[in-house]
Design a protein around this ligand. Sequence first.
Ligand code: NZQ
Ligand code: ZN
Length: 391
Amino acid sequence: MNNFTFYAPTYFVFGKEKENETGAYVKKFGGSKVLIHYGGGSVIKTGLLQRVKDSLDKEGIEYVELGGARPNPRSGLVYEGIDLCRKEKIDFVLAVGGGSTIDSAKAIAAGTVYDGDFWDYYEGKPIEEALPIGTVLTISAAGSEGSPDSVITKEDGMFKRGAHGEALRPKFSILNPALTQTLPQYQTACGVTDIMAHLYERYLTNTKDVEVTDRMIEGLLLTMIHEGPKAVADSEDYESRANIMWAGMMAHNNSCGVGRDQDWTSHNIEHELSAVYDCAHGAGLAVVMPAVFTYNMEHDVMRFAKIAVRVWGCQMDFEHPEVTAKAGIEALRNFLISIGMPKNFEELGAKEEDIEYMAHTCCYGDGGNGTVGGFVTLKQEDVEKIYRLML
Ligand code: NZQ
Ligand code: ZN
């Protein structure tokens, strides 16, 4: 196991109606003038935004609002948010929505207290300072409610890139599973897929003897396989949504990623798809993951066989472990199809003629060093071959 430090001080408030306590938590963490950031309007339709505002009013906390964060959030709104925070002397940023809203709020929070262009952070500059952030989560997926990460798309060039820094971890996150009951089936399934991807990206490691985190990941994946289809089939099922919500947080606050090298190939390859086609991140991952794993399987057949046996219940073929490894990848592919995810470029709306461009930007675009992947180091030609496996 590698050496590590781990400090994840987000205060989680979990359960029914907890959004009505938002104001009290903003106060607890020192907010006196808040930017409420939200997305395309689902929180207005469901009445959540009003309940959050009522709870701020109850505590006598002032606020201004900025809606419009879209899936695959854009840099333009971040600049707008930064200007607004400076003008209004905002001291706390509250995201009410999904990963896109939270990531946009994080970028605004960091950019407001930075003298330069906030995009510097998305080209690799570590984030050391940001306004405090709180979240009221409405979809289990990205894990941004507990992560020190934010992913933004720069409109100039359509580069989708991530920034990192402990200052981005929310001070508090309110997790009420009932808020996810209004999600369309497709978005629920996209969330399930993303959570599983966060677990796979950590499982695929070259670090030896990391049994404790291997077992945590396997347990969370088994939970997703069991609970995911229930939530997709019945949007009212509170208990499955509760299990998924907590699994989604655990999958990405890095408690199962410490002490090990991680992969992130599938995410890097997917980010090009959602940048170019504006598809849902989870849907892109459903197409990308089986292709990446098939391409990388040779690198460590036993690791793929291990997850096949322990998570997917495949029989171990000791003479031909590659058969077991492959069966595990097929089981993942079939599971994702069964919950309604796309399986190839066509179903995703992606085009063969863009492959070379996407492989190039994936490896070289906006600060890239020519390779991707922590498990297997891949060059542009490898990434091109992986995209071709998705046709
Ligand atoms: O915008 P609104 O109107 O709210 O609608 C959203 C959006 O259309 C809708 N939605 C959310 N909650 C709802 C709801 N509709 C009805 N009822 C509800 N309760 O769902 C759609 C998707 O929302 P979005 O926030 O985009 O979803 P998600 O949480 O999957 O976020 C995706 C973004 O997160 C990034 C992705 O790349 C993508 O840009 N990621 C962020 C990470 C991080 N910060 O740590 C890690 C992830 O790997 C990921 O890359
Ligand atoms: Zn993801």
